[in-house]
Design a protein around this ligand. Structure first.
Ligand code: SF4
Length: 378
């Protein structure tokens, strides 16, 4: 270790604030890599590479760096990197958007991060609380893409008809992209095809949704608030803790750095990290994650909004919440009731269809058994 002020030790908020106060205001000075990395970190070329890149980004003339903290494990690494590169937070500010459905464990973890690193994490209130978003627009169901297309079709009072695209586009001329999704116009391999979700079309035809579905929850409760905070701050760089290997919408992103016509550039320091790189980082720098994770805590493998219906493991999250944060569980079960039930029904449907693969599927509501008898599909 070199003369990095906080390397290798936890720093209490009081210690940092008093030492910061004792220092004269000064300009940002680039940190030397040898002062912030250690031998263990060198076990991963990816970790080394990310530090080199991060140092080069921090050396550029950015003046207002915005770091969105989620309280999740990827975000923990990013806070650690940013703090190492800007130890006095001369040009870095940390923010957390509270969507209104957060684990208390996450709040405790934010306090821990502030104490450990001597930073302030601004808590941003939601622009619109989740229950209001859900009431106004609809509940998230299955995935962002599925919810978005179902929302658009519901807006046009779509009847979930099993007709070709050419027929449907005449009936719903303003729903082009959603109908392309519904009719699998881009082919099964496309992420914009309903066929990406097994038997989803058959399920919806047999069980049209009786509640509103939408992909507005994240945007209205968290993202709008974060964008507003970025504007107010006048951020010229947005740093995000996301990894491509996590999949989902991240899979469509192409690199760790974006500079386009936006008022700010975007940088994702751990974008290319695989699980092994993350582990090396955690051990090298003694990273501690939220109580939400692992067998010593709630046993979850993600944080974020509690029991989000987009999560594959929302049932496990509900069970963990029943045990550790019953009020939160009650709230989630109330807000996302229809979506949970619809997802359970869909999962049962997929199971049933898989078990009946040897039978011929015919009408939306019915299965034709091999002996020719009609049976209800669900
Ligand atoms: S993560 Fe889920 S619950 Fe949270 S805002 Fe987004 S959609 Fe809503």
């Amino acid at each position: 270790m070199g003369n990095y002020p906080f390397a290798g030790k936890e720093t209490s908020k009081a210690t940092l604030y008093s030492s910061t106060l004792a220092l004269p205001m000064h300009e940002y000075e680039p940190v030397k890599l040898e002062d912030i990395i250690n031998d263990k970190a060198m076990d991963s070329l990816m970790v080394m590479d990310s530090f080199t890149k991060a140092q080069s980004i921090y050396s550029k003339p950015y003046e207002k760096i915005f770091v969105g903290v989620s309280g999740g494990s990827d975000s923990d690494l990013v806070v650690d990197i940013c703090k190492k590169l800007d130890p006095y937070s001369i040009k870095t500010k940390y923010y957390w958007a509270n969507p209104g459905l957060e684990y208390k464990a996450t709040m405790r973890h934010l306090d821990y991060l502030e104490d450990r690193y001597g930073i302030k994490i601004e808590r941003i209130r939601p622009k619109m609380p989740i229950p209001l978003v859900v009431r106004k627009y609809g509940q998230p169901f299955l995935s962002k893409l599925v919810s978005e297309f179902m929302y658009r079709l519901q807006l046009h009072d779509f009847k979930w008809e099993d007709e070709p695209y050419d027929v449907l586009i005449k009936r719903y001329p303003r729903s082009q992209s959603a109908l392309e999704w519904w009719c699998d116009e881009k082919g099964e391999g496309s992420r914009y095809s309903i066929r990406r979700n097994k038997y989803l079309k058959e399920f919806i035809i047999a069980n049209p949704p009786t509640f509103k579905i939408a992909n507005k929850c994240c945007q209205k409760s968290k993202k709008d608030a974060l964008y507003e905070a970025m504007d107010e701050y006048g951020a010229d760089l947005d740093i995000l803790g996301i990894r491509k290997a996590e999949g989902g919408a991240r899979g469509g992103l192409n690199g760790c750095f974006v500079s386009d016509d936006e008022a700010y550039d975007v940088y994702r320091p751990i974008f290319w990290y695989q699980k092994e790189d993350k582990k090396i980082y955690e051990e090298a720098f003694d990273i501690k994650h939220s109580e939400c994770y692992g067998c010593d805590g709630y046993g979850l493998n993600r944080t974020g909004c509690a029991c989000c219906p987009f999560g594959l493991g929302f049932e496990e999250e509900l069970s963990a919440c029943d045990k550790y944060e019953p009020q939160l569980s009650k709230a989630a079960r109330n807000i996302f009731k229809d979506s949970y039930e619809y997802t359970r029904k869909y999962r049962e449907f997929v199971k049933m269809m898989d078990e009946r693969k040897d039978k011929v599927y015919s009408f939306p509501e019915f299965i034709i058994e091999k002996n020719g008898q009609l049976k209800m599909a669900v």
